[in-house]
Design a binder for this molecule. Structure first.
Ligand SMILES: [Zn+2]
Length: 359
């Protein structure tokens, strides 16, 4: 048999074996909440989350990330095995998601960026407060981002007073092609510009933006916190809440760097600090071993082979990406694929899961 034929026979055999043995569908959630505004589409409502768990129980079994990864490594992985993960450590993972996980006896891993515990909001949240919640904004803004100066001017008709009260602006999200007002365009543009920046530089830009908005930013933030009683909108757990989340044997805490930076943009020494420190801090706070990691943002451009080496060297056993796919035999345990879950109802979720497992 020629080498080429042998190669293709092996490929077919692997495909058949994968079909028979199945694989692991790792799900990626962020928030379980019903915020008034969700421009990044991070929230799944508590009702929908419960429907999702019912669907998973109906279709197969939910196991911990650790068990699934160990089973894959050992070459035994039943069909339709599901893993639930959350990125970013939002407080609603404790208040809303955990009771539903407990009710359904479903395990989950929550990846927490340690530098945000008990304090600093994510930049996308700050931009939402500063730009989308403020009633009025100044006509001129300028920011230096990287080495580049960016300036925007807006007339007050189209910008400052443009948030409608019919709910249309609140339903807007970044997947919509159009921007209902220039301020939505600015929010989108700044999210893109800040994403690749290191944590400290990003904070400096947000500080400069807040300074130009004067009191308007903090006013908007106060108003946002009051609105609909959603005082915890977008907040990450504090240390006590982290411990409450970790207590029991259903929720594993995983690391997600310190500052939620795009690791591929950092020198390797700084990557190592981000990865090692996040693990050390989470372990010190919880008194539990932290063995799982998730790359911030997690797409293929957000981490490199060097990053994988750093994560392995720092003592982790596995790491999750944010790339869709079923984890099958032979998968790299340091690049586990995950399917991003949106706020679908049970039927919509079941349809997608069936499609994923049949791929
Ligand atoms: Zn994240």
């Amino acid at each position: 048999m020629s080498v080429a034929t042998l190669g293709s026979v092996r490929r077919v055999a692997r495909r058949v074996r994968n079909r028979l043995v199945g694989g692991v569908v790792v799900l990626l959630y962020h928030r379980v909440a019903s915020p008034k505004r969700d421009p990044q589409l991070l929230a799944v409502s508590p009702d929908h989350f419960e429907e999702h768990l019912n669907v998973l129980r109906h279709l197969g079994r939910v196991v911990s990330l650790e068990q699934a990864e160990r089973d894959l490594r050992a070459g035994r992985c039943p069909r339709r095995t599901f893993v639930v993960t959350f990125d970013d450590g939002y407080v609603d993972n404790l208040t809303h998601a955990k009771p539903i996980l407990e009710k359904n006896d479903a395990a989950a891993t929550v990846f927490v960026p340690s530098g945000h515990v008990g304090g600093r909001p994510f930049y996308w949240q700050t931009l939402e407060w500063l730009l989308l919640d403020a009633a009025t904004l100044p006509g001129e803004l300028s920011l230096t981002i990287g080495a580049q100066r960016h300036a925007w001017s807006f007339n007050q008709e189209g910008y400052g007073g443009a948030v409608r009260d019919d709910g249309a602006d609140e339903a807007w999200n970044v997947l919509d092609r159009a921007n209902p007002t220039p301020r939505h365009g600015l929010y989108r543009e700044l999210c893109d510009l800040l994403r690749p920046m290191a944590g400290g530089e990003r904070e400096a830009v947000l500080g400069a933006l807040a300074a130009q908005l004067g009191d308007k930013g903090s006013e908007a933030r106060r108003a946002s916190a009051k609105r609909g009683g959603d005082a915890d909108a977008g907040r990450v757990v504090d240390v006590d809440e982290l411990n409450a989340l970790a207590s029991g044997d259903l929720v594993e805490i995983g690391a997600h760097t310190v500052s939620h930076s795009m690791l591929s943009r950092l020198p390797v020494d700084e990557q190592r600090v981000e990865v090692r420190r996040s693990r050390a801090e989470l372990e010190a706070w919880t008194g539990r071993a932290v063995r799982s990691f998730a790359y911030p943002f997690g797409s293929r451009i957000d981490y490199t082979g060097e990053t994988i080496d750093v994560v392995r060297d720092c003592g982790f056993d596995r790491a999750c990406a944010n790339v869709p796919g079923v984890a099958r035999l032979g998968v790299d345990p340091f690049a586990l694929p995950r399917f991003l879950v949106r706020d679908w109802d049970g039927d919509g979720f079941a349809r997608r899961v069936r499609q994923w497992v049949s791929e």
